[in-house]
Design a protein around this ligand. Structure first.
Ligand SMILES: O=c1ccn([C@@H]2O[C@H](COP(=O)(O)O)[C@@H](O)[C@H]2O)c(=O)[nH]1
Length: 270
């Protein structure tokens, strides 16, 4: 999907909501456990109930890898279902990959070609040659970790190196890489006060913003400091939406949580 198509979807749906599909078999409604593929059954119900309220879904691959082959198969079925039934949806594999060049190429093939995701999250710390193999894919997006939502972000990302915070070095340096137009960045909603300075460095780039909901980030603050002319935001909520109820009504309950966020987003979009 191109960035222009994503922006059009945001305007049409009045939403820049990304729903995180972080499926934990201990948290999904227990009646689904008798299904042949409980993870896919859960995802399908959530997607069917919420697709009109969001523009993106973000399965975090850890939640699938944890269940071995059956988890990976459920991930494969989920992305295939999204691509076939809801091709207008932007898809994010939250996999946080990145390695030496030839290995990164294989990761990129896995997520962009085999699974056919629109984007993948990538860690920047192995540098240019670890990220450029992802950037080489046309109309695919590499979402680089810039300033993450967790407390550990302060261990390295905000430390000053050669007169500049490390996350700012990531933003500045990555802009010079080949096919940098295919970059987006992760900035945690819990770090909203950093967004104004981040926008000075990358005024137009799309930001994936996790941390609203269960982690306590605030949507209005993110919009105040982070919204760009073309919106430029995908705000993610995972647990806060998908585990709204553990009963038979789980999909409807998820839709109502998603709708509450979508309505707040519509206000922000004006
Ligand atoms: O900085 C980051 C980067 C990624 N994440 C991921 O986003 C979701 C958040 O889930 P919630 O349940 O809404 O807290 C999850 O997959 C994280 O691994 C993040 O939280 N922060």
């Amino acid at each position: 999907m191109t960035t222009t198509e994503l922006i059009n979807q945001i305007r049409k749906k009045k939403s820049f909501l990304c729903i995180g599909l972080d499926v934990d078999l201990n948290k999904i409604p227990q009646h689904l456990l008798k299904e042949e593929d409980p993870i896919f059954a859960f995802n399908k119900a959530i997607i069917d109930a919420t697709h009109h309220l969001c523009v993106a879904y973000k399965p975090n691959t850890a939640f699938y890898e944890a269940y071995g082959l059956k988890g990976w198969k459920a991930l494969e079925k989920t992305i295939k279902y999204l691509n076939e039934k809801y091709p207008e949806i932007f898809t994010i594999a939250d996999a946080k990959r990145g390695d030496i060049g030839n290995t990164s190429t294989m990761y990129a093939q896995a997520f962009f070609e085999d699974l056919a995701f629109d984007s993948v999250t990538v860690a920047p710390y192995m540098g240019k040659d670890s990220v450029e193999p992802f950037l080489a894919f046309k109309n695919k997006h590499t979402i680089l970790l810039a300033l993450t939502s967790n407390a550990g972000a302060f261990d390295f990302q905000t430390k000053t190196v050669e007169g500049k915070e490390l996350y700012k070095q990531v933003l500045d340096t990555s802009k010079t890489w080949e096919n940098a137009e295919n970059l987006m960045y992760v900035v945690g909603a819990t770090k909203a006060e950093y967004l104004a300075e981040i926008r000075n460095i990358i005024p137009d780039s799309f930001l994936l913003v996790p941390g609203v909901g269960a982690q306590g980030g605030n949507l209005q603050d993110v919009c105040k400091y982070g919204m760009s002319e073309n919106v430029g935001l995908l705000i993610n909520s995972s647990r806060g939406i998908i585990y709204a109820s553990s009963g038979e009504d789980f999909a409807a309950a998820a839709a109502s949580k998603a709708e509450a966020l979508q309505k707040e987003m519509a206000v922000e979009l004006g």
